[in-house]
Ligand binder design. Structure first.
Ligand code: PLP
Ligand code: COI
Length: 339
């Protein structure tokens, strides 16, 4: 096993031994190749680097106490990548190829699998890009599907401690009928101004509002938003946010814990009335939010007054992470052991 300070890992890129790649030429997927190079040889006119024909996924492999490596709801990531591919007219990968690629990428890099109990996981990054050359704006004739992995720690340095979020109003991540609901690189390019504006103001991540009225909460950087009040789990419904697999799972767990679940537009002013708020996603897991600063209107909302996550967020976090690492029974069939 690799000798790393597992519990101090940041959320970042670390070189591993192998990644996997596969090309689609003439509409057909070829053989999966294993590579030890961190680089891809790309045509100078490929549509990925000119016209943003590019989509990705984010998943994690979890090492259990029993020594088994688990992945969580991978079929949902597959389906989302398929939707992303269809959304920007790329060749979707097949389910078999997706499964084989992520499995191979994890198992070939077993020595980078963070041990149980360190809080770290092996992040899995599937990537689909238009690799064919075009100069006119049209879909490529060739696609590359690749998967790399990297051992990671918490997305926010605070871990499961409250983070500070800043509402950003002078740039938009996505348009209502644009690409916000699929996982394409362009959304992240348009989020960068907000990311830096939030960071420069001393906040961990930007909160985006709906781009039409600037009235409703969309999402938080690379995570969905949820709020809790009156025994109800409330999360925004919007056409410009990424449907989070973590959020979908939390909605189900919340319901099973006896909470009501509401998916509906959530006005920013409603923040005033929440007992707990958080950000959720594969990378962020659940990050309790301690403060939301609406920079441009100079208004602050504060939560977690005792400096700790609220009781319901904590219960949801423990249940979700317990299932992912195999400490809690997987009654939903969400987890698969990689062999
Ligand atoms: N929202 C955005 C913009 C994201 O990039 C992510 C990360 O994938 C999420 C939400 C959370 O989604 P998931 O829980 O499927 O990782
Ligand atoms: C994830 O939560 O998996 C993400 O993809 C976040 C990433 C954009 C850093």
């Amino acid at each position: 096993m690799q000798n790393l300070e597992w519990s101090k890992l940041p959320f970042g890129y670390l070189k591993t031994d192998y990644n996997v790649r596969c090309y689609n030429r003439d509409g057909k997927w070829g053989e999966l190749e294993i590579s030890s190079s961190e680089y891809i040889n790309l045509h100078i006119a490929s549509t990925a680097i000119h016209y943003g024909q590019q989509a990705f996924e984010g998943m994690k492999a979890y090492m259990g106490k029993d020594g088994n490596i688990r992945i969580f709801r991978w079929e949902e990531n597959f389906k989302r990548l398929e939707r992303s591919a269809n959304g920007i007219l790329m060749q979707p990968v097949t389910k078999e190829l997706f499964k084989k690629a992520i499995t191979t990428a994890v198992l070939m890099n077993k020595r980078f699998m963070p041990p149980y109990g360190t809080g770290a996981t092996l992040y899995i990054r599937p990537l689909l890009i238009g690799s064919g050359a075009e100069v006119g704006v049209k879909p490529a004739g060739e696609y590359l599907f690749a998967v790399f992995v990297s051992p990671v720690g918490p997305y926010f340095k605070e871990g499961f401690n409250p983070v500070k979020i800043a509402v950003v109003r002078d740039s938009d991540r996505a348009a209502p009928l644009g690409t916000g609901s699929i996982k394409v690189g362009g959304n992240y390019a348009s989020s960068l101004k907000g990311v830096i504006k939030a960071r420069d103001a001393g906040y961990s991540s930007p909160m985006y509002l709906d781009s039409v009225e600037k009235k409703y909460i969309d999402e938080i950087g690379a995570a969905n938003f949820f709020g809790i009040k009156d025994n109800t789990y409330i999360t925004p419904k919007s056409t410009s946010i990424l449907p989070s697999i973590t959020n979908m799972s939390l909605m189900q767990l919340a319901e099973e814990m006896g909470l009501k679940v509401e998916r509906r537009p959530v006005a920013v002013e409603e923040l005033e009335s929440f007992e707990e708020v958080g950000a959720c996603g594969t990378a962020a897991i659940i990050s309790p939010i301690g403060e939301i600063f609406d920079i441009d209107v100079d208004k602050k909302y504060t939560f977690c007054k005792d400096g700790k996550a609220g009781p319901i967020s904590t219960k949801l976090y423990n249940k979700l992470v317990g299932i992912q690492f195999g400490d809690e029974p997987d009654t939903h069939g969400w987890v698969e052991i990689l062999k």
